[in-house]
Design a protein. Sequence first.
Length: 91
Amino acid sequence: MLSLQDVIDYCDLDRGEIEAIAEHEHIPVAVAAELSEVLLCSPEGVCRLHTMIIENMAHALEVGEYEHVQDLSKTYQHLQRTHPIPENIGS
């Protein structure tokens, strides 16, 4: 049986990015890990990942969760480095 860490280790995203997907979609982390692999298969999916984290940051700001905003900001910076928004999206 696979542990949650095994599932996360299999993914091309880090734990913070996967947790951000889970938060945004209101799904368990293990399901978010599976979803992350699907999203990374297309330029549109990568853009959707970026949007999810940005929307999470906006929500955290709205409710005054400033420490969470900082955590999400670090997560987003990592996503930008490892999976930047494709330049030819929609072309």
